[in-house]
Design a protein around this ligand. Structure first.
Ligand code: GLU
Length: 482
């Protein structure tokens, strides 16, 4: 039997890191088994679902490199499928209409709580007489449809992550609602646990791989599969993603959507690589791999039961590994949106040459792509405000003269094209003035970069020279020192 798995996001928000990680495990399993990975958009919550969220989810999955193999399935386009199945359960006596008002259900729960019982539906409308039904309907009450759950049932499955899992029917909260309230002739909207079973069966899903937060839904779904005579798939419940304090990662932890991670300057390769490691470990502790490489190594044996702590340092480290590997040509288009957003002005076509040098300079120091903005502050404006430490350096005895000598040597020079040109010029000035090279270097940094800290000085000088900024900066520094 060929493996068919799905990721089933609800488009009620942007692609969440938890959903994306579930998608990663589904994708890896599908690819490792030569199976099929399907996207199902669970858009039945009409109030909260939005097309822009569907768009964001699809873009996020594609950006991360997870392609799906068939046309996406939309639940709202399948509503016709569910009602006959509910009707069949009603006809077989496996489901029934229950007429409690919301207030009555609240009262039931309050009473249970007061008696220290776990709140549950007490199945009181399971065997209503036709007179009782007629009376409720005459009152104009609406009915939900409930699926009967036998308290004495034992439900067991062999979870691919958690091993054998056992549930008692009585722990499932009583007969469960499978369709919302509606009149006796119509049927209300079918609910998640029911719809998901019908869809998974109809789509031939062989393995349901989803977050641990769904583990309590699985016994209910197994009962529904059985009631409808459908084959029960295999289940894998993947560990939750936890924050540094060990609680479930949430919006309060800063970012939770894939688009947020993108905006922060993570590359898709690093992020998806990191997500494979959230709850799974590769044999021989290999840590850096592409999705395709991970698929060759993936199996559920190496997925942990315990929650996976989100480790920003590790993600940063992985991201820097990917960024450091990139050529300036590959890096520049990735840096461009951050530089533009920061308000730096440039033209990708005419400035390409020095922008590539900037990318080469940035590459080895980037942790997140956004770090290029900080680096950019040295290169996009003709002049900069001098930091206090730079002023101090430039006002030291003899520094203005030394910078004057550099300026003159620069004007006499044919133009700085290579690193060695700049180095020769520095050596020449050092020798002529008989000062220490360190003094010249520190002073040049103060003059050209307006700061005592920053990127490699000689490489930076070449970029500034190419932009035509170095002479003006030297002149300002000399004026400041005199
Ligand atoms: N729409 C559900 C969710 O996003 C799908 C759960 C499942 O995979 O069954 O949590």
């Amino acid at each position: 039997m060929s493996v068919r798995v799905r990721i089933a996001p609800s488009p009620t928000g942007n692609l969440h890191i938890g959903t994306a990680r579930t998608a990663v495990f589904n994708w890896l399993f599908a690819r490792s088994q030569g199976g099929t990975f399907i996207l199902r958009v669970e858009d039945t919550d009409l109030e909260r679902s939005k097309p822009e969220y569907t768009q964001n989810i699809m873009e996020g999955l594609r950006w991360l490199g997870m392609d799906w193999d068939e046309e996406p399935v939309y639940q709202t386009q399948r509503m016709g499928l569910y009602q006959p199945k509910i009707q069949a359960l009603l006809d077989q006596g496996l489901a029934y209409r229950a007429y409690e008002t919301p207030d009555e259900l609240t009262a039931m729960r309050e009473k249970q709580k007061a008696g220290s019982e776990a709140p549950r539906y007490n199945n009181q409308h399971r065997d209503l007489t036709s007179e009782q039904i007629a009376a409720f309907e005459a009152e104009g009450r609406q009915a939900v449809i409930r699926f009967k759950i036998d308290d004495d049932r034992d439900i067991t499955w062999n979870d691919m992550v958690r091993g054998p899992v056992h549930w008692k029917g009585r722990d499932l909260g009583g007969d469960m609602v499978i369709a919302r309230a509606s009149s006796s002739t119509e049927m209300g909207q079918p609910l998640y646990n029911f719809v998901v079973v019908v869809d998974d069966a109809d789509m031939g899903i062989t393995h349901v791989i989803r977050g641990e937060d769904h583990v309590g839904n699985t016994p209910k779904q197994i009962l529904l599969y059985e009631a409808m005579g459908m084959p029960v798939p295999q289940f894998a419940h993947t560990p939750l993603i936890l924050n540094e304090k060990g609680a479930k990662l949430s919006k309060r932890d800063g970012v939770t959507s894939i688009s947020d991670f993108k905006a922060m300057g993570f590359t898709p390769e690093a992020l998806v690589n990191y997500m494979t490691l959230l709850g799974w470990s590769a044999p021989e502790a290999q840590e850096i791999f592409t999705l395709d490489q991970a698929a060759k190594l993936f199996s559920f044996d190496r997925v942990n039961k315990a929650g996976a702590k989100f480790d920003w340092d590790k993600l940063d480290w992985l991201n820097s590994q990917y960024l450091h590997e990139k050529s300036p040509e590959d890096l520049l288009p990735l840096m461009e949106p951050y530089l533009k957003e920061a308000g730096y002005e440039f033209d990708l076509a005419t400035d390409r040459d020095w922008l590539l040098k900037l990318a080469a300079l940035a590459g080895p120091s980037l942790t997140r792509l956004k770090d290029c903005v900080e680096l950019g502050r040295f290169f996009f404006a003709p002049t900069m405000d001098f930091a206090d430490a730079a002023v101090e350096q430039l006002q030291k005895d003899g520094v203005a003269d030394a910078m004057q000598a550099v300026l003159e040597a620069l004007q006499a020079h044919g133009g700085l094209n290579e690193i060695s040109d700049a180095q020769d010029l520095i050596t020449q000035v050092t020798k002529t003035l008989g000062v220490k090279k360190g003094v010249i270097m520190r002073s040049l940094r103060a003059a050209l970069m307006a700061d005592m800290q920053g990127p490699d000085l000689v490489e930076s000088w070449l970029i500034l020279h190419q932009r035509g900024f170095d002479q003006g900066r030297l002149e300002r520094a000399i004026a400041l020192g005199r």
